[in-house]
Design a protein around this ligand. Sequence first.
Ligand code: ZN
Length: 273
Amino acid sequence: MPEGDTVYRHAAQLREALAGRVLESTDFRVPRYATVDLSGHTVDEVISRGKHLIIRVGDTTIQSHLKMEGLWHTYTSTGQQAPRWRRPAHTARCVLTTAETQAVGFSLGELRVLTREQEDDLLSGLGPDLLGPDWNHDEARRRMLEEPQRSIGVALLDQRNLAGVGNVFRSEICFLARLSPLTPVAEVPDLDRIIELSHRLLTVNKLRPRRATTGDAVSSINYWVYGRAKKTCLRCGTRIQRSELGEEELRERAIEDRSIYVCSHCQPAWIPA
Ligand SMILES: [Zn+2]
């Protein structure tokens, strides 16, 4: 599932394909932007901010969010012949073509064409970006503690606290910290460690083609608990449990899947004092 690391990788790939190049044609396959035409304009830069992918073209920003299924592919243009896509054409939402390359966004969860001002408004709602050049641990901590009674499993997903963690990483972070995701933020014994873990896990995975949190410890299995319901905990042998944890309205509404995976032995239930 796409999280901050996936979006970072997509941005790097799109930057390579598009930055500094003139768009020969653009095709937005969503009704609202069907008439937008950015051909003749140069792509200035491509960046990721949390789980948002931002393509800046002059005064315009193409913003996309991968949500559950989205992805971008880049192709080399070969003369007159259109490149053969590796995904069905009917799932394409945005096609950006230069003389040398073509970038296609498939099954994007969100696609918007914004002014730079609208982009600023959108991004100003995000907390510190775990993979951004301006990552700020203390600010993330301060934001998390603004709602001290919220469970850590929910606080980690709220992109206003820190941007980039999704459903996979929150389960893995809580497991590695041996913490029940239901623990209120204020009761987390070492919140700094949780934030450091988040930063480290996303950083080590940002350029890996296949995400893994288990590292060399268990190289054939990518995750300690995520997606492993009813399988045994790699550490203690207890069966992993799947449940749901989320809030109806996290501001960004980026949580379609609220599954959370826990080892009840390694992560003892939080009991109010
Ligand atoms: Zn365990």
